[in-house]
Write a new protein. Structure first.
Length: 331
């Protein structure tokens, strides 16, 4: 049985236009769970990872608003809180869907820490927005009171920005591997994992955000997975996205995707991290990576949706037949 890492975004549980209530998130979790159970029935073993952008923003706001009544929580603790909260909602949904399908698969959430380097260049260049928008006066007050780095975000207001360093090590990797080997469906690396670093022999939390796709790619490589799947809100990876000349990539190899990335087709704030994580996975020995809509994950894994990336060029039967016909016509 082959193991895949399946990465979904925090927006998979909070759709556009929703308030993000627990009941809304649970409904959306059930939609994701139905897709996962279908894959399990097809014989796949799954490690599920997820983003937590909207959820950790809400957690930070709750902590900030409660200051003066109870002690506030730093970002790494909010990351831990949302891992547990979202893992719980996904477990509820998965257990329900598994029971309906007549499958006996244990489901467990592992609160996961990812080691980062304090010397990572990102630590000196905070760029990842977190939390809510502020007006200028509010932003200046929080800059003074908390020492935050705050920048204008898309002309909609000011937001706190934090570093986004690369994950180097997954602290709970051995535990995750044992659980996977036992047949459990493991939920891990929520929100990219809790950023931690070694300082004078002590493991300490870091106020930063790790990209969940990069953490998921690292996890997939360390687990020796052949397949890495990223669920997103677009049907394909595109060249010249949202331009008259846009082109969907249905199948592409590692070298081609690297060339497109160097040409600037995948901006850092959108598809860039997903493409980087796919490249990282394939360079590390992965056999296939897929980027596809969350609602079409099953079709994508079966080869009928999404963008499929391989280490080397693939020739499918249709392409091979066309090439043979072309060669025959030239004789």
């Amino acid at each position: 049985m082959k193991t895949m890492v399946l990465a979904i975004g925090g927006n998979s549980l909070i759709h556009s236009g929703e308030k993000g209530t627990i009941s809304e998130q649970l409904v959306n979790a059930r939609l994701v769970a139905a897709q996962i159970v279908h894959l399990l029935r097809r014989g796949h073993r799954i490690v599920l990872t997820h983003g937590n952008g909207p959820q950790v923003g809400a957690e930070l706001l709750l902590s900030e608003r409660a200051t003066g009544i109870v002690p506030g929580h730093p970002l790494d603790v909010c990351d831990a809180s949302t891992q547990g909260e979202m893992g719980y909602l996904l477990q509820l949904a998965l257990h329900s869907e598994l029971k309906r399908a007549g499958l006996n698969v244990p489901v467990v959430t592992v609160v996961t820490q990812c080691v980062v380097s304090l010397d990572d260049p990102a630590m000196k260049n905070p760029s990842k927005p977190v939390g809510r928008f502020y007006n200028h006066a509010e932003a200046e007050e929080r800059r003074r009171q908390y020492g935050w780095t705050i920048l204008m975000d898309a002309e909609r207001g000011y937001r706190r920005v934090v570093p986004s360093p690369h994950p180097l090590e997954i602290m709970e990797l051995e535990v995750i591997q044992r659980l996977v080997n036992s047949g459990a469906l493991v939920i891990a690396c929520g929100g990219g994992g809790i950023p931690v670093a070694w300082i004078n022999g002590n493991l300490v939390g870091v106020e930063a955000v790790i990209d969940k796709d990069l953490a998921s790619s690292l996890l997939a490589s360390k687990l020796g997975c052949e397949l890495f799947v990223i669920g997103t809100d677009t049907d394909y990876v595109y060249l010249n996205y949202r331009k008259p000349s846009e082109q969907a990539l249905r199948q592409v190899d590692l070298n081609q995707l690297e060339e497109y990335a160097r040409a600037g087709h995948f901006p850092p704030g959108s598809m860039g991290p997903k493409v980087e994580s796919v490249l990282q996975f394939l360079r590390g020995g992965g056999k296939e990576a897929i980027i596809a809509p969350v609602e079409e994950l099953c079709a994508a894994v079966e080869g009928n949706a999404g963008t499929h990336v391989f280490p080397r060029p693939q020739v499918d039967s249709e392409s091979l037949r066309a090439q043979l016909e072309h060669a025959e016509a030239r004789r």
